[in-house]
Design a protein. Structure first.
Length: 297
């Protein structure tokens, strides 16, 4: 059994840690309320943006001349660019590791994958695994703005147009509620013609009241799509940033709550051990006193 001094020191150390985790939980709770409101306000817009642009392209004939809509290149390897949104700090349970697993456990090998990291934890982890990271957008997670999403979108769009990458993916965490956050990986560009055909066939299977015509554009189709699709991508990136902030604070609040509960349980256990050790020491002293008195007499 450990000595009374060791038990006391350990209990004091855990009490100090418990105070820290309790304070971090309170801070995360306050941040979560603000981030949660922001995410709930913006989510309908970005969901509608995705639905609208997908519907437009499904009814546009799928022009392969557009850099954001191209035919399948075949069975050869494709260069994939992934915007990975994680956090700058740890102590958030499995939040960061779950995002990284979307890459490491998916179809993303180190040779044909370029990472555009938003958040230090994800960037550091993926770099250790051998992935190539382009840029560092960690500061964006402090307070995401739409301008930040535009800057990231321009970098990725340029790489897509130049042929440096062939596909763009977005890895982030969807905020469902305070206790549930869902790691999500979506493909945002380019729109493959086979995907557009599938969308069209799905729409045609639904009941329609009348004949359906192709989408008409003013000005020309190419000019319109070249404006709308980057806006669509920037909107998805910003929506993911907002949800990631809410998810991070929710995950950290849960982690700190669990840590505080575990610390309190350990403090209680150490209290029992300390009392038993103290009682054993008292019993030992009494035994020695009685034995000494018996020896004298």
């Amino acid at each position: 059994m450990a000595s009374m001094r060791d038990i006391k020191r350990r209990r004091e150390s855990i009490q100090s840690t418990s105070q820290i985790t309790k304070a971090m939980k309170l801070v995360s709770t306050v941040k979560l309320q603000k981030a949660k409101g922001h995410a709930e306000e913006t989510k309908p817009y970005f969901d509608k943006m995705y639905e609208t642009v997908s519907g437009m392209l499904a009814h546009s004939g799928g022009s392969s001349s557009n850099p954001y809509i191209r035919a399948d290149k075949g069975d050869g390897p494709k260069k994939k660019g992934v915007i990975v949104i994680s956090s700058n700090r740890g102590l958030a349970g499995g939040y960061n590791s779950n995002v990284v697993k979307l890459i490491t456990q998916g179809d993303f090998d180190t040779e044909n994958t370029v990472i555009y990291p938003v958040g230090r934890k994800g960037m550091e982890h993926l770099q250790r695994l051998g992935y190539r990271c382009e840029g560092d957008y960690s500061e964006v997670m402090n307070k995401p703005l739409f301008g930040d999403a535009v800057a990231i979108g321009k970098t990725v769009s340029s790489a897509l147009e130049s042929g440096e990458i062939d596909e763009v993916y977005l890895a982030y965490t969807v905020f469902k509620n305070t206790v549930t956050q869902i790691p999500t990986l979506i493909k945002i560009l380019p729109f493959d013609e086979e995907d557009l055909v599938s969308d069209t066939e799905e729409d045609s299977s639904k009941e329609k009241k009348g004949a359906e015509a192709l989408m008409n554009y003013e000005p020309e189709e190419e000019e319109t799509l070249n404006y709308i699709i980057p806006l669509y991508m920037n909107s998805l990136i910003f929506g993911a940033l907002v949800e990631a902030v809410a998810s991070e604070n929710g995950a950290r609040m849960q982690a700190m709550d669990s840590a505080t509960s575990n610390a309190e349980e350990m403090i209680g256990t150490l209290g029992l051990q300390y009392n038993r050790a103290r009682q054993a020491a008292i019993t030992q002293e009494l035994t020695e006193i009685v034995a000494g008195a018996s020896a004298i007499s």
